[in-house]
Design a protein around this ligand. Structure first.
Ligand code: NAG
Length: 239
């Protein structure tokens, strides 16, 4: 080969480093998509019903985006295609900024903000518990998982028309709480009936007597921190 054929605009060391690095993540992205698709078909129903966004869909979207970006880096470096390399660098910058924003939100979303947003959401979920099957499943999931009942306490179920504990309420579930409030030791599906009229000690024997607020906030915050840490790690890797 003569000089013209081996001439390169790009430092060969950087070029092959970029190629190998992109290639590894290209393969990795295909793995992520495969796992996402597998998860989607495995537990499609239960997972979709308990989370607001299906985690399998997140995996697939992240994998596909990663696939295209690393593909640009991989082929761009190999062929010295300036357009592909520019696309690669632009997308990487964009993703970097998005990850940085997520990391900052994850770390700095304060206790009060989390509590406020979550409280509003749970109140809505309690009020519309019987109108929306997704909200009902989510609320049941939260109460069983965190072992709690209501937002501040179990009498919060009065926010719901069916469970409201005023004397005028004609509903046969008046003063009840949903079955998902009941401790696993109680098999009777009507165990929540009349619980709102009982005091803390009586209720304690049948249901989880504490509200979901404190534990839910702690749970969300530990996960926000994890999300922030993951985003920061990925962003550093990109730099
Ligand atoms: C229960 O229903 C009554 C009458 O509709 C209403 O005034 C009251 O505020 C409700 N209770 C709660 C806790 O929302």
């Amino acid at each position: 080969m003569n000089r013209a054929e081996t001439f390169s605009f790009v430092n060969p060391l950087i070029r092959y480093f970029l190629f190998i690095f992109s290639f590894l993540f290209w393969v990795f992205s295909m793995l992520i998509v495969a796992i996402g698709v597998y998860a989607k078909f495995q537990k499609a129903v239960t997972v979709r019903d308990t989370f607001l966004i299906d985690p399998a869909v997140i995996l697939i979207v992240v994998g596909v985006v990663m696939f295209f970006i690393t593909f640009c880096g991989c082929i761009g470096a190999l062929r010295e295609n300036i357009r592909l390399l520019k696309t690669f660098s632009f997308s990487l910058t964009l993703v970097f900024l998005i990850l940085l924003a997520i990391a900052v939100l994850g770390f700095f979303y304060s206790d009060q903000q989390t509590r406020g947003a979550l409280g509003k959401f749970v109140k809505k979920a309690i009020v519309h518990y019987r109108d929306d099957l997704d909200l009902q499943n989510l609320m049941d999931y939260i109460q069983k998982e965190i072992k709690c009942c209501g937002w501040n306490k179990y009498t919060d179920w009065s926010w719901n028309l069916y469970f409201n504990c005023t004397h005028e309420n004609p509903s046969f579930e008046r003063c009840a709480v949903p079955y998902s409030c009941c401790t696993p030791a109680v098999i009777n599906t009507m165990c929540g009936f009349g619980v709102q009229t009982q005091d803390y000690r009586e209720a304690n024997a049948l249901i989880y007597p504490v509200g979901c607020a404190d534990r839910a906030v702690t749970w969300i915050e530990s996960h926000l921190l994890l999300v922030g840490g993951l985003a920061l790690g990925l962003a550093l890797l990109q730099v």
